[in-house]
Design a protein around this ligand. Structure first.
Ligand code: FAD
Ligand code: SF4
Length: 467
């Protein structure tokens, strides 16, 4: 049979999953790795349809059919090279992108046959190429005398650092944390993204000439003005860190936790920092409020801590959940109970959390964004007995005052305003560029990677450096 019809014979497959009973007892990634033969076989399911919707839907517009072909031909290093042309962090996106609503969701054979396993192959290409000794080739890069400060070592900052290094521009990345990665390290749990992956990427970036100055909070340990004075341009990618609390009564009670401090504390322990304080939910009945990726990560972390029961409360139906379908399935497989169409009304307790009051909802008319608004059903209130609550409602911008002081303009919401000049990443202060969650609002790793890549190109233009 012609190679174009491989998908008729060969079903879609994911790398082997660790069985539930094993994976909930540790924090290792739950998916294994394809080997060369499996990658080749799965890549051969691509029909090279000529109008690759996958490529358009991928926010960094990866050359997906082209690197799938290179994998089929066994040309691994060329595939790694090509993957990096569009994506500075392909092994990370291959692991954490919600492929079901991005590249794989738009694969031509998705309907009826199952999409090509794009994310897992992207991860295979780079993991395996790194193992075999491939590294980005900067031998033809001409060093310039330009220096750029990047504030924030999250995906936006790392992506910009990669592109600046490839343009011969010295990138110095400042971050308040002890390790690079931003939410890749201190947010997304290791069962989705093992921290060794980020350590490998750090070594690759350092070998490219990127310098990291960690445990350095701009505005506290160093002034923003000093960075402006010492560099030719600055890229700010601070993320969004103001927690939404839903203004629920009872928020003050012991047993109420916010998603990010909960996940960060756990991540530090898993990374071996035994002195770091932890929120331990072992033996407790836990309600996680929120239906996004953060909520799923809290659900599955609580399961691994040995929570007696984990219930995820979400005010809309399953269809409307913002989280990746794959992560909802994983949480369900691991024993999480989903309470859809339930609105939390209050956290109840005398001296600590004892219950949460919830009410049923029905979805009403759509709002301006096209999302149907949940309406409470009178008389359907119910108290759920629990010991702990995790609030995973999302994040809002928290721009530091020093940005305004440097004439960087903000939207009313607190997001950083960028203009149409310089590819849309320059702020009102021409020397300051911005991207990632602090410009878009809380979004995705791959969109932050896109912004870092494009902002670096804009900075190179601004500095008159050819890329
Ligand atoms: P961040 O990753 O937030 O990085 C910002 C960095 O700036 C941080 O390291 C911070 O320490 C640093 N910083 C801030 N202020 C200062 C300062 N003054 N001085 C020095 N450093 C500073 N997306 C996905 O695509 N897939 C997922 O599965 C997924 N899961 C998620 C799970 C959780 C729990 C959360 C919270 C988010 C998740 N996301 C996921 C979203 C994704 O992680 C973010 O959209 C992405 O990390 C944003 O990148 P960023 O570089 O803009 O910001
Ligand atoms: Fe798919 Fe994300 Fe990779 Fe793009 S970066 S091909 S959306 S997994």
């Amino acid at each position: 049979m012609s190679q174009h019809f491989q998908f008729l014979n060969l079903p879609r497959a994911m790398p082997k999953e660790v069985p539930v009973a094993v994976r909930v007892s540790n924090y290792a990634e739950i998916y294994g790795e394809f080997d060369a033969a499996e990658s080749k076989a799965q890549a051969s399911r691509c029909i090279d349809c000529g109008n690759p919707y996958c490529e358009w839907k991928c926010p960094v517009h990866n050359y997906i059919p082209n690197w799938l072909k290179l994998v089929q031909d066994g040309r691994l290093f060329e595939a790694a090279e090509l993957a990096h042309e569009t994506n500075p962090l392909p092994e990370i996106c291959g692991r954490v992108c919600p492929q079901d609503r991005l590249c794989e969701g738009d694969c031509t054979i998705n309907e009826g046959f199952g999409a090509v396993t794009i994310g897992a192959i992207e991860k295979y290409i780079v993991d395996e190429a790194f193992k075999q000794g491939w590294r980005p080739d900067l031998s033809r890069v001409k060093a310039t005398d330009k220096r750029v400060a990047i504030i924030g070592a999250g995906p936006a900052g790392l992506s910009a650092a990669d592109r600046l290094a490839r343009a011969g521009i010295k990138a110095i990345v400042y971050d308040r944390y002890e390790e690079i990665g931003g939410l890749l390290t201190f947010g997304i749990p290791p069962f989705k993204l093992e921290k060794e992956v980020i350590k490998t990427r750090r070594a690759v970036l350092e070998a490219m000439g990127v310098e990291f100055r960690l445990r350095t909070e701009v505005g506290r340990d160093i002034e923003f003005q000093a960075l402006l004075d010492q560099h030719d341009a600055v890229f700010v990618a601070l993320g969004t860190y103001k927690f939404v609390d839903g203004a629920l009564p009872g928020l003050h009670l012991p047993g109420v936790h916010y998603a990010l401090p909960y996940l960060i504390a756990n991540a530090r322990r898993v990374m071996g920092n035994q002195a770091s304080p932890i929120i331990d939910l072992n033996g407790q009945r836990v309600a996680v409020l929120g239906g996004g990726d953060t909520g799923m990560d809290c659900n599955r972390t609580a399961v691994r801590q040995g929570a007696r029961k984990v219930s995820c409360v979400y005010r809309r139906d399953e269809e409307a959940m913002p989280g990746s379908r794959r992560e909802v399935k994983n949480a369900r497989d691991e024993g999480v109970e989903f309470l859809f169409n339930r609105q939390p009304l209050a956290i109840l307790g005398d001296r600590r959390v004892e219950a949460i009051r919830i009410v049923e909802t029905r979805l009403g008319a759509a709002d301006a964004k096209g999302r149907r608004v949940p309406q409470n059903v009178p008389g359907s209130e119910q108290d759920l007995r629990i010991d702990a609550v995790i609030l995973a409602f999302g994040f809002r911008p928290n721009p530091p005052a020093w940005l305004n002081a440097a004439n960087v303009e903000l939207e009313a919401s607190g997001l950083v305003k960028v203009n149409g000049r310089m590819r849309g990443f320059q702020t009102a202060n021409p020397k300051v560029f911005a991207g990632g969650d602090m410009v878009r609002g809380a979004d995705l790793v791959v969109t932050a990677v896109h912004d870092g890549r494009e902002a670096a190109a804009a900075i190179a233009d601004f500095l008159g450096v050819a890329v």
